[in-house]
Structures are given as C-alpha cells and as structure tokens.
Design a protein around this ligand. Sequence first.
Ligand code: HEM
Length: 420
Amino acid sequence: MTEAAEAVAAPDNRARAPKPAHVPDELVRDVDMYSLDGIEKGYHEAWAELQAGDTKDLIWTPLTGGHWIAMNGPMIREIYENPDRFSSEVIFLPKEAGEKYAMVPTRMDPPEHTPYRKLLDTTLNPKRIREREEMVRKSAIRLIEDIAKKGHCDFAKEYAKVFPVHVFMAIADLPVSDAVKLGEFADDMTRPRGDTPEEMAECLDKANQGFFRYAEPIIDARKGGTGTDIITTLVNGTINGEPMEREKELGLISLLLLGGLDTVVNFLGFMMLYLARNPEKVAEIRDDELKLRRGVEELFRRFPVVSEARMVAKDQTFHGVELKKGDMILLPTVLHGLDKNANPDPFNLDWERNGPVHTTFGYGPHRCVGLHLARMEATVTLQEWIKRIPEFGLAKDANPSFQSGIIAAVDDIPLVWPTK
Ligand code: HEM
C-alpha cells in the first residue's frame, strides 16, 4: 500500500460495534450507509461501486451499530418477501434508532399488519389516485409555467421540493405552509444526525415525536368528519371492526406524512439531474407520449432512493451464512435496480427496456402503498415539463450534492434552457 492510500484508510473516530462471533472475518467491510465512500460522484454510483468486483452477496459492517448488508438484487427481494424469517420489528438503522421509530404499520409483521394495510389501500388505490389526477396536473402546470419563463431554475428547490409536497398536502387537506416543519422532521428521521447510535436514536425520536404532536390535533378534529381527504378516511376507519388505538392512529397518520414527502422529492431530483445530463433521452420521448408513459417504470428502476432494514426473526443459515435472531440486514433497493445481472447495462435509462426489474417500492406485504401516486406524479411531471421546456441542460457551474441514508437526497440541480 502506498503512503497516500494508507492515510485514506487510517482509522477514523466513527463508533464501531464489536464483531459478533458468528460473523466470519472475510465478510467484514466498512460501509457507512449515512456517509458512503464515493458519494460525491453520486448516490447510485457509490452503491454500485461497492457492489462491483468480488464483493460477497452478504457483508457485515461494524458501522451504524453493526449490521449485515444484502448486496444483490434477488437477495434483497427474497428478504422483503419473507417476513416470517426477516421481520419488520425494526426497520431503521442504527437499531437503537429503529427501536424508537413508532410509525404504523411499517413495524408490524403479518397477520397484525394486514388490517392496517387494507385500510391504507382504501385511500391510495389506483381509482382514488385517478380521481386526483386533474388536481395533480394543475399543480404541476402552475409551477412549471412560472419556472419556464425564467430560462433557469434550481430544480431541487423550485420544483422537486415543492410539487409532491403541494400534491400530498392537498390530498391530506393540510396547509402547504406546514410542509417546511414536516420536511425538517422527515430529514431528521431518514438521515438522523449524530456520531453514535445513541445520538442518532435521540435525533430520530425527537423527529418522531414532532410528527405525533403535529398529527394529534388534526386527528381529533377529523374524527367523525365527512371529508374525503386521506386523514379523515383513515381516522374514521376500523381495524378488525374496532376503532384504532390512539398510538396506532398517531403512527399511521405520521407515516403517511413521512412517506408522502421525502421519497418523491428526491426521486424527481435524481431523475431530472440525469435527463439534464442526457438530453438525447429527453429527445426520445419528446414526441412519443406512449414511450414516455411506458418508460416511467424504467425511471423507478434506475433511481431507487430507499434503504431500510429487516431484523432476523430466528437463527438460520441464509445462502450459506449463519445469521442470529436480532441481527439487522440493510436492504439498499438501489442494488436491485442497478444489479447488472438483473438489468443489463443498468446505468443506461432505456425507455423501452423489456420488463425492468427492481425493488424500488419494496416487495411483499409492505410494498409501497403510495406507488400509484408516485407513478402519477412522475408521469405528470415529465409530460408537463417537456411540453413547456422541451430542451434543457445542466448549468455549466453545476455541482450537485448527494446524501445517503434511509432516503437518499440530491440537492443543487441548476437547470438552464433557451427562452424566446
Ligand atoms: C418514489 C417514491 C416512493 C418510493 C421509492 C417509496 C418506497 C417505499 C418502500 C421501499 C416501501 C417499503 C417499506 C418496507 O417494506 O419497510 C414503502 C412503503 C410505504 N410507502 Fe412508499 N415510496 C414512495 C412514495 C410514497 C408515497 C407518495 C406515499 C404516500 C402518499 C408512500 C407511502 C408509503 C407507506 C404508507 C408505506 C408503508 C406500507 C406498509 O407498511 O404496508 N410512499 N415505500
């Protein structure tokens, strides 16, 4: 090793968990999910670099409290679809922080999870989402028309962080002005601050309580109400024929606020950054409405943003590796969509890819309930943006910044285009 390489590899002061006896030395590798090596090149690029070469399918890192990482696509899906072996009892890392996370029903396994999920499905199913399409489209057009005149914008700040938030707040019948506060709570939950698992747990707990305090009076006000917004529907729903317990109600409404805000925001940011850098991809769909609509699934394959975990439910041997009950396994969904064995030439956005394979929305019983809304928001954004800003690129001095975490983030996306 050269002197320079030694300096880079020198031990840092991040908290490291001791290696449990059942973890073989050859599977240990330093991976910090909240500060990925190479993140400056891009979030997806940094994970893909880790997956490349002779990296094992399952590795263990002493960082973030010590946990396994599933490194290939099919394995990520297999873990998602087997809740009896891989429980949702804790889904955020570090585990200390995940134990504080009190959202409902993401921490429940079937059969407890099932009635909550049925209730959620009544609010966000394809039919209910189609009924909102006009409102969603109007909201996109209003924003894009204002932006288009200028000839430039910071896409992250002026569109990605605004549009999904407006849509979600309208569906939930909440004032848009509350979104700033909720956005701060969401940041602290999905990329909690702190150098140790305990500090991160404290940060996440505070944010979780912030969501609960926000949701409490809203739930009370909408009990017995007749509104058609998703919160009124949920708080007047029943679980196995009974009214929901208070803590469960708070957890359910808070989860919707969290799920609806941060995910689409960052997905749209990654999508547009790529399109600005690859104008030929925009040209391919500019006059081809069908290709655009069919290609939206490929966008979700190409730009996954979520990395949650599962807890090992019982001692077992999994793909030849010994796992102990209580071990945590991180599932970076990016490693499925960008797994070259699942999708050849994975970094290329191929609008006509035959059956893009991904786990961007999770899989199994907890598969994202908001995916129909997310799909519609992505489709409408592309349609209305390209109509008004058919050609755009990244500003010369652009320096986008990336963050890894439970939900990956991208900021600073300066776009430019010609105006008449
Ligand atoms: C690009 C956008 C989105 C992505 C990538 C995404 C991703 C995911 C993933 C990976 C899960 C699985 C979690 C698990 O198994 O532990 C999930 C669950 C969930 N998502 Fe999304 N999501 C998106 C948009 C949305 C939206 C717009 C909403 C709400 C309006 C939403 C609400 C939820 C809820 C409530 C769950 C929990 C479902 C359950 O536990 O049964 N998501 N999402």
